[in-house]
Design a protein around this ligand. Structure first.
Ligand SMILES: [Zn+2]
Length: 221
């Protein structure tokens, strides 16, 4: 997960009881770096304006600017109205990245590992862990099997990029120019704007070579 900062200005459509007009989406998209706030994918053909607290047809929640999030349809449908009391990534008093560790398995069909980072997690963290496990792994319908495959393929491509860059940095035979390029690849992937950034950040934190040789890359997380 990743933190975002919500601009204070409330889009005008909300006063007219519309929450999915361009003025709302055009602020949400850059605010969430174009990523689904749950799975962190950015190539979203099926963007939805998600209600963090299910609105249950209550207007105060349905058109509340603070309640509108940017998500893909897979995560929105998995979350539905059953997952509530989650970590709020727009609350900058909580570092949501540090709350939950995320790791991919090199075996693509294996479940993505989602765990609370602290031994005594908050109720919000535990509930968010349970939801993210479903967002990354659920194949309980035919369509979810297909959407999971496309999600994991995107993540896997990035993981290969990360591991290749890391390997170039480790090899004594790699020249200075190539090393600089490889370092820039990893730096870009650790940026919060990058798709699935939480995965690459945990990958970096769990790699003593990378975090000892390049401590400056742990910047801002
Ligand atoms: Zn998603």
């Amino acid at each position: 997960m990743f933190n975002v900062t919500r601009p204070e200005a409330v889009p005008a459509s909300l006063a007219r009881k519309i929450y999915n007009h361009a003025d709302v989406v055009n602020i949400l998209k850059p605010m969430f770096h174009g990523k689904c706030y749950l799975c962190e994918r950015d190539e979203i053909q099926d963007v939805e304006v998600e209600h963090f607290k299910p609105h249950m047809s209550i207007e105060a929640d349905k058109f509340d600017w603070d309640n509108l999030f940017y998500s893909c349809s897979r995560c929105n449908s998995i979350k539905s109205s059953t997952h509530v009391g989650l970590l709020n990534c727009t609350d900058n008093s909580i570092n949501v990245f540090r709350e939950i560790t995320l790791r991919m398995s090199p075996a693509i069909d294996d479940d993505v590992i989602v765990e609370a980072n602290n031994p005594n997690p908050s109720a919000e963290t535990s509930r968010t862990v349970n939801l993210l496990k479903l967002c990354y792994n659920s194949t309980n319908t035919a369509l979810r099997g297909v959407s999971r495959e496309s999600l994991i393929e995107q993540m896997y491509d990035y993981m290969v990029t990360f591991v290749t860059a890391r390997s170039l940095l480790k090899k004594p035979s790699t020249g200075k120019t190539i090393k600089n390029g490889a370092k820039e690849v990893i730096e870009a992937m650790l940026d919060v704007k990058h798709p699935f950034s939480a995965f690459w950040r945990w990958q970096y934190l769990h790699d003593s070579f990378l975090n000892q040789a390049y401590p400056e890359l742990e910047n801002g997380f």
